[in-house]
Design a protein around this ligand. Sequence first.
Ligand code: PXP
Length: 251
Amino acid sequence: MSRLRLGVNIDHVATVRNARGGDNPDPVRAAILAASAGADGITAHLREDRRHISDDDIARLSGALNIPLNLEMAATDEMTAIALKARPHAACIVPEKREERTTEGGIDAAGQHNRLKSIVSALGAARIRVSMFIEPDKRQLDASKALGAPVVELHTGAYANAPASERAALLEKIREAAAYGEKLGLEIHAGHGLTYDNVKPVAAIPQIRELNIGHFLVGEAIFIGLEASIRRMRSLMDEARGSVGASRSDK
Ligand code: PXP
């Protein structure tokens, strides 16, 4: 089975920094540490209200990282202009509501084709790898394919937050979506709400190539340090994949 990449989302290092203003803790320092702990990429969400990551963080991350940066962004003209200037390796298009605490649900790729098409095309023309953050749903996969996005990220939040009695059915939806998406020729990523306790069944889905994980890793870092929290997640992913001890060159 192909090696599963881990993208570490460092937004909530910035959340803690912003609680006091000032410079500490620095999300760029966290990103560099994450890379040395085995992250394959760094994810950062520049929200329209700048509640965590700032424009300056994106500029500094672009300059400092030697692993790919995945910029999560709302489908707006402002964010598209920023992405075209920063030229991250990848851009993940997410829905954004000001009042939400975190990204609730996937983007409606099916219902917003016309608005999304020009943004996906502009990013793609700049050689930014576009992914659509969608619910694990065939209609949304078809719509992402029609938009010309090469990648989809399946929203795992419903599975992660469900009561135990509903989890198996929700996992099955992710499995089916991953298999269907791969048949369409899409690269499959997944993320949201993943923890040590719920990551393995998702990591074991063979079509999934990358997981993006943030909040839990940053929270766990309070207790065991960021490097250790990432290493443990990495090893759980490798165990699920049946590739304990796989090296980065297995990508
Ligand atoms: N993927 C996407 C598209 C997200 O918006 C988020 C949250 O910012 C994540 C992954 C990571 O989710 P979590 O912080 O719950 O691990």
